[in-house]
Design a protein around this ligand. Structure first.
Ligand code: NDP
Ligand code: 8X3
Length: 264
């Protein structure tokens, strides 16, 4: 949409899944004049995404930045290291996140707990704090979009997901508090909560075991990363007075975190 013209977008976790699809969808929607900053830990994968975007969207400037959001110093140094032409960020898509395992207390590994919280919660908060001064420096108290990818898991905890669900509940709480704190500004705080989406998510959950990951999607038709990307770009493309504050997106077979209709 024209409303996205000349915008600078940052997407965390742009090397895969929903983040990658979101970056591509922004470029597809505004191929003439847009800047996109792709961030994640895997630089090679980011380069591939950058090449894909550059191949069809000649007017989009893409910058790939290696960034581990669980490392606070890296996040704090992120804005300072950006080239001047990419510094005026308009949209932050806080998408990077992960789940590790299905262990239940008291058997959850401390390392997994730390990875999930430092990525999904502390990392997301640190990114928000890094970008917010840019938004707040603008007229009328500030403007810009913070789009947080939560999850159905943040609304409905399930067995074997206690830590992941707790991280996504924390995202939800932080997001709602931010929307209240920023009420005197034009900054939009948006949460998009997907249900089941087929990405690398389950592969990461099961430590790289693709067979196990595939079983999660047996007999169901999960959402695609593009389905969520469309909603993210739609939210960012509304006129400034429209805040798509909170959305929950299921595939047709899903009605709750663990209520799925499976064809056998
Ligand atoms: P993917 O595993 O496909 O993508 C996750 C992305 O997060 C990757 O690009 C990964 O990049 C990045 N990431 C992970 N850890 C870090 C880190 N420390 N620093 C920077 N980037 C990191 O999964 P999805 O696309 O499914 O996940 C995207 C978001 O969607 C997550 O927040 C997830 O919780 C959420 N979600 C997913 C659902 C699903 O069913 N798939 C449902 C609801 C929400 P890299 O490894 O290169 O760092
Ligand atoms: C991912 C969805 O419910 O499988 O956020 O954990 S769930």
């Amino acid at each position: 949409a024209q409303r996205l013209r000349s915008k600078t977008i940052v997407v965390t976790g742009a090397s895969s899944g929903i983040g990658r699809a979101t970056a591509v969808e922004f470029a597809r929607t505004q191929p003439d004049d847009l800047k996109i900053i792709l961030t994640a830990r895997r630089e090679d994968a980011l380069k591939e995404v950058a090449e894909e975007i550059e191949s069809f969207a000649k007017g989009v400037k893409v910058l790939a930045v290696k960034l581990d959001i669980s490392k606070i110093e890296q996040v704090q140094g992120f804005v300072d290291k950006l080239p001047a032409e990419f510094k005026e960020i308009d949209v932050l898509v806080n998408n990077a996140g992960l789940v590790k395992g299905i262990a239940q207390a008291p058997s959850i590994s401390p390392a997994d707990i730390d990875t999930m919280f430092s990525t999904n919660v502390t990392g997301l908060i640190a990114m928000t704090q890094a970008i917010l001064p840019i938004f707040k420096a603008r007229p009328n108290g500030g403007s810009g979009d913070i789009i947080n990818i939560g999850s159905i898991a943040g609304r409905e905890p399930y067995q074997g997901g206690s830590i992941y669900c707790a991280t996504k509940a924390a995202v939800r709480s932080f997001t709602d508090a931010m929307r209240r704190e920023l009420i005197a500004t034009r900054i939009r705080v948006i949460e998009i909560d997907p249900g089941q989406v087929e990405t690398e998510f389950s592969v990461v959950r099961f430590g790289g075991d693709r067979e196990k990951a595939k079983k999660v999607y047996e007999g169901v038709e999960p959402l695609t990363p593009e389905d969520i990307a469309e909603v993210v770009v739609f939210a960012a493309g509304r006129r400034e007075n429209v805040v798509l504050a909170d959305s929950l997106i299921f595939p047709n077979h899903q009605a709750a975190a663990t209520v799925m209709h499976r064809k056998t």
